[in-house]
Structures are given as structure tokens and as C-alpha cells.
Design a protein around this ligand. Structure first.
Ligand code: PEP
Length: 248
């Protein structure tokens, strides 16, 4: 099955109305290969609505985080139902910054993922090991633990994109080599095949994130299990366009 290449831009907690406007205008003016590549940007929550209103419609908008309840006394949280209502049709879950800084557990991430899917969102679910876990040879064990937690809750895998993001490669300038990424992506697909069945495994997009930039993105293309990228720092720069157009 041909999997549509996926490129997400995670703006993290960056930007101002002014800088955001410039990024949107540049994306709107660019010649982007959105027929071949599904493109999504994730601004901070404050800028979701204006981004959705001003950005070209062949680029999706994602929340960086979501909560597993519709409404109520959950101060500071993003309702998946409200996101869907506002045309924000994607969300990240389980980004390593959420897992490490905000202590989100595997189960909590899985709950939010399933709830967001129920509200009609597509979820970019992030997994990945820390440096200490990699050095202790626990990369696959950690990824499988995070995946098993997701599998315990998620019912519709066609609404999930898995982002493999080794924590040691995020925002550090230390990219995993394409070979290291492919090695883990193969294991993730093997896991999906065993746990979810061949059809789901074949269709599941597994994207890589961790210091991807305009200079290194092409190196990942030779591996068939790398179905795209989740881009942090470089998504705020003009080189994001080159990453989207990596096949050109
Ligand atoms: C991210 O935030 O998901 C990410 C991959 O960041 P960076 O590209 O800056 O490493």
C-alpha cells in the first residue's frame, strides 16, 4: 500500500502574532508539493484559530496537546471537541516534552489519543527513548511499551500517525542517522504487524523527528519505512518548504 508522505511542523511555544503571520504568508505563497505530501503545522494554542483562518487549506493545523474530556473543570486544557469544532483537525499527543516536563504517562497519552480520535481528529502520537535508555539498549523496549499503551486504547489506527522521536535528538542538533531511524521504524512496523495485523501495519505512517532540517531530510528518503518527518526548529524557517518538497 502506498502511504502518503507526511510532514508536520511543530512550532512549540515559539512565535508572536507578527512572526506567525510571516510564516503563514510564506507558506501561502510557496509552491508546495501538497498533492504528494500531507502537511500539518502545530502552532501554540493561542495561535490556532488565526492560523486556521489565514493558512491555505491544503495544509492542516494541529494542536500540540489535547485533553481526554469534552468540557468541564479542566483549567488550562484543550478540548478535542472544541478543536474539531474550530476546524483544527489534527493534534500531537505524547510529545517527549509533554512526557518529560509535564510527566504525562503512557496511559494518559493513550487516553487522549483515543479521545481525540473519537472527536474526529487525526493524531500524531509521539514515542521515543531517552539517551540513557538508548545507551542501556532499551530503545525498542521503550517504544514497544509506549506503543502497547496506545494499542490498549486506540480503536481506529487509520487516524494515527506514529512519530518516532528519539528524545536525545530533539532540539539538540543531534539527528539520528537515517539508518538508526529506519532500524527503529522497522521494529515499529513489525510490532504493528504482530499486534494490529498486516493491513494496519502496512498502512500505518511512521514518521521521524529529531533535528530534521533542509540539509539532512533527503538522506532519509532511501528508507521505505520512513514515511515523513515531524520537524521542530526548522519548521519556523524557510527551509521547512524544502523539507515539504523533499521529493522534488
Ligand atoms: C519536535 O519538536 O518534535 C522536534 C523534532 O524538534 P527538532 O526538529 O527541533 O529536533
Amino acid at each position: 500500500m502506498a502511504r502518503k508522505f507526511f510532514v508536520g511542523g511543530n512550532f512549540k511555544m515559539n512565535g508572536s502574532l507578527e512572526s506567525q503571520k510571516k510564516i503563514i504568508e510564506a507558506l501561502n505563497a510557496a509552491k508546495l508539493n501538497t498533492e504528494k505530501v500531507e502537511v500539518v503545522v502545530a502552532p501554540q494554542a493561542l495561535y490556532l484559530l488565526n492560523t486556521r483562518a489565514e493558512l491555505r487549506k491544503d495544509i492542516g493545523v494541529a494542536a500540540q496537546n489535547v485533553f481526554s474530556k469534552a468540557h468541564g473543570a479542566y483549567t488550562g486544557e484543550n478540548s478535542a471537541q472544541s478543536l474539531a469544532d474550530a476546524g483544527i483537525t489534527y493534534t500531537l499527543t505524547g510529545h517527549s516534552e509533554r512526557r518529560t516536563i509535564f510527566k504525562e504517562s503512557d496511559e494518559f497519552v493513550a487516553d487522549k489519543t483515543q479521545y481525540a480520535i473519537e472527536q474526529g481528529l487525526i493524531v500524531i502520537a509521539c514515542i521515543g527513548e531517552t539517551l540513557a535508555e538508548r545507551e542501556a539498549d532499551k530503545t525498542i523496549e521503550v517504544c514497544v511499551r509506549q506503543l502497547n499503551a496506545l494499542a490498549a486504547k486506540v480503536k481506529d489506527w487509520s487516524k494515527v500517525v506514529i512519530a518516532y522521536e528519539p528524545v536525545w535528538a530533539i532540539g539538540t542538533g543531534k539527528t539520528a542517522t537515517p539508518e538508526q531511524a529506519q532500524e527503529v521504524h522497522v521494529e515499529i512496523r513489525k510490532w504493528a504487524n504482530e499486534k494490529l495485523g498486516a493491513q494496519i501495519a502496512d498502512a500505518l505512517r511512521i514518521i521521524y523527528g529529531g533535528s530534521v532540517n533542509g540539509g539532512n531530510c533527503k538522506d532519509f528518503l532511501k528508507f521505505e519505512d520512513i514515511d515523513g518527518f515531524l520537524v521542530g526548529g526548522a519548521s519556523l524557517k524557510p527551509e521547512f518548504h524544502n523539507i515539504i518538497n523533499v521529493h522534488n
